[in-house]
Design a binder for this molecule. Sequence first.
Ligand SMILES: [Zn+2]
Length: 1094
Amino acid sequence: MSQPPTSLQIQNGTSSALGSPYINGPVQNISTSSQVPVSQGYNSQLTGPYPHLIPAKTALNPVSGQPNYGGSHMVSTLSNCQRPGQTLNRAPMASNPVTASFHSGPVPRMSPPPSQHPAATPMPSGSFLPGANPPPPLNWQYNYPSPGPQTNHCPHASSQPILSGNTDLITNHQRVSSGDPSLQNSYLKSGSAPPSVNPPLPTTFQPGTPLGPPPVAGPPPVRALTPQKSSHSTVPQPSFNSAINQEGGAPHTNNESMVTNNTYDEIEGGGFLATPQFTNKNPKMARSVGYSYPSLPPGYQNTTPPGTTGMPSSSLNYPSGPLAFSQTSLGANHLTASMRGLSLHPEGLRVINLLQERNMLPATPLQPPVPNLHEDIQKLNCNPELFRCTLTSIPQTQALLNKAKLPLGLLLHPFKDLAQLPVVTSSTIVRCHSCRTYINPFVSFLDQRRWKCNLCYRVNDVPEEFMYNPLTRVYGEPHRRPEVQNATIEFMAPSEYMLRPPQPPVYLFVFDVSHNAIETGYLDSVCQSLLDNLDLLPGNTRTKIGFITFDSTIHFYSLQEGLSQPQMLIVSDIEDVFIPMPENLLVNLNESKELVQDLLKSLPQMFTKTLETQSALGPALQAAFKLMSPTGGRMSVFQTQLPNLGVGALKPREEPNQRSSAKEIHLTPSTDFYKKLALDCSGQQVAVDLFLLSGQYSDLASLGCISRYSAGSVYYYPSYHHQHNPVQVQKLQKELHRYLTRKIGFEAVMRIRCTKGLSIHTFHGNFFVRSTDLLSLPNVNPDAGYAVQMSVEDNLIDTQLVSFQSALLYTSSKGERRIRVHTLCLPVVSTLNEVFLGADVQAISGLLANMAVDRCVTASLGDARDALVNAVIDSLSAYRSLVLSNQQPGLMVPFSLRLFPLFVLALLKQKSFQTGTNVRLDERIFAMCQVKNQPLVYLMLTTHPSLYRVDNLSDEGALNINDKTIPQPPILQLSVEKLSRDGAFLLDAGSVMMLWVGKNCGQNFLSHVLGVQSYVSIPQTMTELPELDTPESARTVAFISWLREQRPFFPILYIIRDESPVRANFLQHMVEDRSESALSYYEFLLHIQQQVNK
Ligand SMILES: [Zn+2]
């Protein structure tokens, strides 16, 4: 039964109603602390805006006036790299096997336009394009508002041109999605209600306990049902590998000739969540109150307010680590709702007055809450680093969820590098015949031969092969199979899971070689990195590689085995790009390795004298797409300026004096060219990663679409220059190493299923939603995160546990088809208090950030900021009025949400959402890309950095890793109050670290760690710690190195003193302090309190 879609109500935040004090209010006292006498300078930049503008040596021509060189291309060898070379005749069109057809490849089926299925199409998937979403509701919906027919990513109902062909990608979600067509007649189709023949039964999960009669020797007689019988009539001996490196092993290419007409949707299988039943929702306005801020005394300095003095410093010592749940050891099947809530740690039940307890930040990294489950279930649960939910106690009805005013959603890091991953090789992958869920630790075995799906409750037979446990080599123990003992597992996929033979790893590099690009010197770095890492590229003997360079023309490189040197082919017709000699441009890396190395050594020198300032990025991308279409693969594009020639040419849009405005900034793409091309790429299993190395505005809002919709990534190196900005060079080299050598999955799809009654309606991340809920990921990498929003469609009153399962089907770089499955189990609760107690504040903040990026684009930055603030006000108001029995003064919050206001304030000060003149447009867009694409842990670190005192590091509580001692200093509040002039403090903001050295910092630290004589001899731009032969240096270097090793990107380290230009940037990260355009934490709390108590 669907509940009325009342959802989080947000003010209709017109800018005027915002009240100027909040957005751009006067800063009454810029100096944030008398303790740290710093000069004013909040406007100074980390690096000056666009410091490396490189004058064009020739005047730019208008795009329309470009000479068309006609259908000719030139060839020159690298020994003669002065263009032009020989002119060849155009290759016959027929030699190009590629068409730009939208439907070639694995999306062969046409489907009706989405308008025929208005009720079944989900919310646009995490899009931050304006045309991709309907006009936003006045209030922020946590719930799906069902505004009418929608296509997921594609623009519609907007002024943006409708993408031709895009609707065809939306396949009909109601298609039967069994992986084995032969089974379809026997079972209820997905999308239907749970099978009536198997009504829901009480959960009878009994981990570790054999059910049914004791196993007899030898396998029992085979039952009638043998799934996947089409290609596996025999029952081979299953093998189970607990592989540390799951990439190992021989290529799994036994189906080279297999051709099926399936789509990935059918292969991966559908589920009943593919038919969400959205009802029309009428967002109601609950509040229409303008902001009015508490007046603060002039000169208010973010100090402890009167009446709250004397907060003991011991409040720093927050209990770290998971809350300890202690339950009596009952069988999991005895778990009842009445038991829940009793086992919470007393600390977790505390109600906190934030106005009195000002420092709630734990001294160690905040741990996610542990779901209130029986320990037998919880010990099998998925690692929260991989899969977590905003609410670890799921409300049993949408009405209850609506009351809590908290967003319900999942945050995933599905392809994370894992030290240990069980890998199952078996011809029978056991899945529910109704909803296609993979068997997992939270199913229940009714007896030895039957298991009940924990998502749709269908009772399934246990296949014969599954009766054998390869770990114990015993028959009759299906419940002890690795699939039932591990919430995270990987399957080697049999041929049913392939649409075509697994593709080879294909890497194509596309380099900007215009004058501007050469001037930055990036090509040397990138080519050198490639040379260094060529043998580490994930792949096998089938790996292919190719290169394209471009300026106003496009240059290909023939690397055919047998050539004495690479051959350059220049195509000057950018209007209708064709591929010369396509068979020699993407070559086998092993066979042509020497030619590839030759090319990489000579490329940086080939264009040093170029005067060409124009950039035909769009045509180059089209060429690259054509080249890769037959196979799919990864396209890595390096661009250094605004493309200004041919299709996809862009114009400058940034107006520096409008940066401060909360409206009127260009967050939306100016052309749909890049998005269209990305969708073409997605259809051909090509992902595009964009490396933008530009000191000038490059319209990342438009360019970024090429990666966003093709499941690529965006890397941004503002003001990259090999001489002027050496730290960026270091950063690029380190990150390229990671990029080139990390694990990669090709031609991937991901589907997330959840227990019947719950419904997924909005996706966030970089991908394309191919059918209702199937995410198309031409590439998947271990550093990408995803989020989804959910609602409670049907009451879960008879349900005690719900489960969520993500399944990622991909081709490994070794050519194996694999499926990585994560399953998360959570309890269902019936009271609002329990919902609040189980709230995961980091996951909530992360999901809200994703939603706010969407809101920025569909509405405005101001709207998004309002929505963030209102999320805090609404949930705390609900807590105050509906949970707390006695109304106390102050700002009362449940323990679980004690950091909610702080994290939301930090989001408001994050680059994506901050106001003020500091943020350049491309930097803001990049920050938004990061919100969408980063795993939660990095998003939170970027938003709320960690601050440590490092001049007194000790070995107390230190970690010991590989015989190295890693100090673990406590995390401090982000306020200058925590700084002192006699110390040194490290701010770790994810992609950047700043080591602030106080004026009176002890000589010990200066000489033994920094290696300088005195404070004044600290260099203005110091970006590296010397490795000195002192214990202090060893500790500091070990700590910073350890922090860096935790993440896939390379944080630049700035060592700063008060005169440093980076100092202002450091102070901006002090999110608890008042800044030019934002409240201090205490002011923010007062504002929240005032709104909550209305
Ligand atoms: Zn099922």
